[in-house]
Design a protein around this ligand. Structure first.
Ligand code: ADP
Ligand code: MG
Length: 706
C-alpha cells in the first residue's frame, strides 16, 4: 500500500495553519502579493545606544550583560532584569512572562533590548521591551513593521515577505518612453536616479537607516512614488480595458426623430417647466450615446433637486420612440413609486394612444398584479417598467429592452448592474445603461475609479429655488426648535424630523423615533404627525408617504434617511436630530429635501455633545461644512477629505479598483500620468499591459472570492 499522493496546494487548504489562513484573508496569496504588502512603519535596530546616552522618552536599542534576573512580588508580580553595558545600567520589567524567557535572560547572558527608556527614581527602565540574545551582526537596514492581524505574528509575516522577495519576479512592465514624472530624483551625489520596481520594493521593505523617515511616512520618497505610479497605472489599464471591451459590444441604435407625434415631443410639451441649460446639455449627451451601436455606460450626477428624473424620462421616451423598452430601477419602493407616479402622469396618456403602458414591479406585489406586469413586459406592451430590485429578477423577461436606468446607482451592487445589462435586447446586444447619483463624485475619483464610465453633470439647479437657511443648534435648545416647528405648522407648512439610525441596535433606533414621534405629537396638538420607519411594511410606508405628500400630515418623523428621497415642495423645515451622527453627504441629501418650493426654508442641525462633553473632530468638520456651503460638489470634496474614497464607491469598493497606496488628494500628477499612459500602453504593448494588470490586481479576484 502506497502513501496517499501528495496534496496540491489548493486541496491543502483545510490543513493551513491559522497564520496561513490569516495571510490568505489579507489577500497575501501570491509572492507578488506579499512583495506588495508594504510596511506601515519601521523600527531601527541597526544601532546600539550606550545605556549612559539613552535619554528618557526615547526608543532605544541597548546591549549588555544580565547582572540580575529575579521575580519581585511587590507592588505586583513582575520579572525584573538588570542589564549592564559598562556605561550604565537599565532595568527591564515584565508583568507577564514565561519560564523560557527567564532562561533567555539568565544572569550572565548578553541581551539586546529595544523599548522606550524611562527615567524615574530607580534609574533607567524599560517596560516590556522587545529583547533577544545578542548574537550576530546588527541588521544593516531598518526593520519593517507590516499591517497585520491578531492571528498573524509580525515575525511570521516578516519571514513570509522576505522569502517572497527572494522568489518573486519583478520584471519591468513600464516602457522607458513613459517615465513616471517625479521619479527622476537625484541620488546621493546629484546623479539622476530612476527607481526600478525591484529597487523600489526592496528599498521599501528594508530601507537604509540613513533615509529621511518622514519621506517614507508621507509616501513622498521616490520609491513610494514609483509604487503609487504603478498602482494607478494598473487601475487605469484595467478600466481602459473594460471600456475597450465594451466598445466591442453591440446595442440597439436608438435614434428616433423627436418630431411631432413622438413621445419625446409629447413629453416636452407636457412638462410644466422649461428644461435648464444643464438638462438640455445632458439630454444631448445621452441622445448622442443612444444613437450609437455600442452600449452607453453613462453616469448622470447632479445635486439633490437638480432634476435628474426628467432627464431620465426623456431618455426613456427616446428608447420607446425607437420601438424599444426602457426599465427604471430605484433602490427603495418609495423612491420607485415616486418615479412611477411621475412617469405615469407624464407618459401614460401618450402611451395609451399607442396601446402601450407603464408597468410596476416590486417585491411584495400581489401575485395576479405581478403576473399581469410580467406578461405585459414579455409581450412588449409595457414600454416602460418601473420598480425596485424586482426588475432584475430571473423571471422578468423583456421583449426588447433598449435602455436601463438605475437611480441612486451606488446603492446597487456590481452584480445587480450586470444582471440588468444581461436582460438583453435580444440577440447579441446589450441595453444602454444610464446610472444616476445625487452624490456628486469628486473629479479625481471620477477620473480614477470611474474612468470606465462617461460622466454627465447637472451643474445647475432649476430656477426659483429659495436658498435653505442652515442652523446649528445644541440639543439643550430642543424646546425652542419644537416651538419654531409649531409656528411653521400653524402657517400651513410641513416639516421633516429625521432621527438617526443607530447601527448597533435597530430596536433602539425604533424606540428613539417612536419617542420623538410621541413627543412631537404632544407638543403639536391639532397637527397630524406621521412616523416612517425602516422596518415598517412597504404598504404602510406608502400610506404614510402619501399622507405627507397630500399635505394631510404636517410633520413626518423618520429614521430612514434614504426613503426621504422624496419630493414634497410644501415642506420647508428639515430638523435633523443628532446631526453629529450623520455622514456629510447624508446631511446634504437631507437638506436638499427642503427649499423645493417658493417658501423660505430652513434646515436645523440639532447636535448633542458626547459623554466627554465634546464633539468628535470629524463630526465638527461635517457640521461646519454644512454651515459653510450648499454646493454639492464642495460637500463631496470635503466628504472625501474626511472619510476617504470608500464611501463614494459603494459596491464598487469591493471591486478591483481600490487604491492601497496612492492618495488621490496628493497624487494628482501621478494620476494624470497614468491616465495618459494607459491607453497608449494598451495599444502598443498589450502583453506588458496584461502582465501589469495581473501583477497588481490578479490577486484581488482570489481575495474577493475568499
Ligand atoms: P433629483 O435630481 O434630485 O432626482 P428631481 O428629478 O426629483 O431631482 O427634481 C426635483 C424637482 O424639480 C421636481 O419637482 C421636478 O419636477 C422639478 N424640476 C425638474 N426640472 C425642472 C426645471 N427645469 N424647472 C423647474 N422644475 C424642475
Ligand atoms: Mg431623484
Amino acid at each position: 500500500m502506497g502513501k496517499l499522493p501528495a496534496v496540491s496546494p489548493k486541496s491543502a487548504k483545510p490543513n493551513q495553519s491559522p497564520a496561513q489562513r490569516a495571510l490568505a484573508r489579507l489577500g497575501l496569496v501570491r509572492d507578488i502579493d506579499l512583495a506588495l504588502h508594504l510596511p506601515l512603519r519601521y523600527e531601527d535596530e541597526t544601532r546600539i545606544t550606550p545605556i549612559r546616552n539613552a535619554r528618557e522618552g526615547e526608543v532605544a536599542q541597548i546591549e549588555g550583560t544580565v547582572l540580575d534576573c529575579s521575580v519581585q512580588l511587590r507592588p505586583r508580580r513582575q520579572l525584573v532584569v538588570v542589564l549592564d553595558d559598562g556605561t550604565g545600567r537599565c532595568e527591564l520589567r515584565f508583568f507577564s512572562f514565561y519560564p523560557s524567557q527567564q532562561k533567555t535572560m539568565a544572569v550572565g547572558e548578553r541581551l539586546r533590548a529595544r523599548g522606550e527608556v524611562r527615567g524615574g527614581f530607580w534609574g533607567r527602565q524599560m517596560l516590556h521591551p522587545a529583547f533577544r540574545k545578542a548574537e550576530g551582526p546588527l541588521p544593516a537596514a531598518l526593520t519593517p513593521v507590516y499591517p497585520s492581524t491578531a492571528q498573524l505574528p509580525q515575525a511570521y509575516l516578516r519571514r513570509a515577505v522576505a522569502m517572497a522577495l527572494t522568489r518573486v519576479r519583478l520584471d519591468e512592465t513600464l516602457a522607458p518612453e513613459w517615465p513616471v514624472p517625479p521619479l527622476a530624483v537625484h541620488g546621493q551625489n546629484g546623479h539622476l536616479h530612476i527607481w526600478s520596481l525591484r529597487e523600489a520594493l526592496l528599498f521599501l521593505h528594508h530601507p537604509a537607516p540613513d533615509v529621511a523617515l518622514a519621506t517614507l511616512e508621507d509616501h513622498s520618497h521616490p520609491a513610494w512614488q514609483r509604487l503609487k505610479a504603478e498602482e494607478l497605472l494598473a487601475q487605469q489599464l484595467s478600466q481602459c480595458r473594460s471600456r475597450a471591451e465594451r466598445a466591442r459590444l453591440r446595442a440597439p441604435v436608438l435614434a428616433p426623430g423627436d418630431g411631432a407625434g413622438s413621445l419625446h415631443a409629447g413629453l416636452m410639451a407636457a412638462l410644466p417647466f422649461a428644461l435648464t441649460g444643464a438638462q438640455q446639455r445632458v439630454g444631448r449627451e445621452i441622445a448622442h450615446d443612444l444613437a450609437r451601436p455600442q452600449p452607453m455606460h453613462r453616469l448622470l450626477q447632479g445635486d439633490v433637486g437638480a432634476g435628474k428624473t426628467v432627464v431620465a424620462a426623456l431618455a426613456a421616451a427616446r428608447a420607446m420612440d425607437a420601438g424599444w423598452q426602457c426599465a427604471l430601477m430605484a433602490p427603495t419602493e418609495i423612491l420607485a413609486s415616486q418615479h412611477f407616479a411621475k412617469l405615469v402622469q407624464w407618459l401614460q396618456p401618450l402611451l395609451q394612444a399607442r396601446g402601450q403602458c407603464v408597468a410596476w414591479l416590486v417585491g411584495g406585489q400581489k401575485k395576479k398584479e405581478r403576473a399581469t406586469a410580467l406578461e405585459a413586459i414579455a409581450q412588449g406592451a409595457a414600454a416602460l417598467v418601473v420598480g425596485t430590485h424586482a426588475v432584475i429578477q430571473q423571471q422578468v423577461r423583456f421583449a426588447r429592452l433598449g435602455l436601463a436606468v438605475i437611480d441612486e446607482q451606488h446603492r446597487f451592487g456590481v452584480a445587480q448592474r450586470l444582471a440588468l445589462r444581461q436582460k438583453t435586447a435580444g440577440g447579441e446586444m446589450e441595453p444602454h445603461l444610464l446610472m444616476m447619483t445625487a452624490t456628486p463624485i469628486p473629479r479625481t475619483l471620477a477620473m480614477s475609479y470611474y474612468a470606465d464610465l462617461d460622466v454627465s453633470t447637472l451643474d445647475e439647479l432649476p430656477p426659483g429655488r429659495t436658498p435653505v437657511v442652515t442652523r446649528l443648534i445644541a440639543d439643550s435648545r430642543r424646546d425652542e426648535v419644537i416651538a419654531r416647528l409649531a409656528q411653521q405648522v400653524a402657517r400651513g407648512r410641513q416639516a421633516y424630523w429625521v432621527c438617526p439610525l443607530i447601527e448597533e441596535s435597530e430596536a433602539l433606533d425604533l424606540t428613539n423615533a417612536t419617542a420623538t414621534h410621541a413627543e412631537l405629537a404632544e407638543a403639536l396638538p391639532g397637527a397630524s404627525v406621521g412616523l416612517l420607519h425602516s422596518r415598517m411594511p412597504a404598504g404602510e410606508k406608502q400610506a404614510v408617504m402619501e399622507g405627507f405628500k397630500a399635505g394631510r400630515t404636517a410633520v413626518l418623523v423618520s429614521t430612514t434617511v434614504i426613503e426621504v428621497g422624496v419630493d414634497v415642495p410644501n415642506a420647508s423645515l428639515m430638523v435633523i436630530d443628532h446631526a453629529e451622527r450623520f455622514g456629510l453627504s447624508q446631511l446634504h441629501q437631507l437638506r436638499g429635501r427642503v427649499g423645493r418650493g417658493a417658501a423660505a426654508s430652513a434646515c436645523v442641525l440639532l447636535y448633542a455633545r458626547g459623554e466627554s462633553g465634546h464633539l468628535a473632530q470629524a463630526a465638527r468638520e461635517r457640521l461646519k461644512a454644512m454651515l459653510q456651503t450648499h454646493d454639492g460638489f464642495e460637500i463631496a470634496r470635503r466628504d472625501l477629505d474626511i472619510r476617504g474614497p470608500g464611501e463614494f464607491l459603494g459596491a464598487r469598493q469591493s471591486g478591483d479598483a481600490m487604491l492601497r497606496f496612492a492618495d488621490l488628494a496628493q497624487d494628482g500628477a501621478l494620476l494624470d500620468w497614468a491616465r495618459a499612459v494607459a491607453p497608449q500602453m494598451l495599444a502598443r504593448y498589450p502583453a506588458l499591459a496584461q502582465a501589469h494588470i495581473e501583477r497588481w490586481l490578479g490577486g484581488r479576484a482570489e481575495f474577493l472570492k475568499a
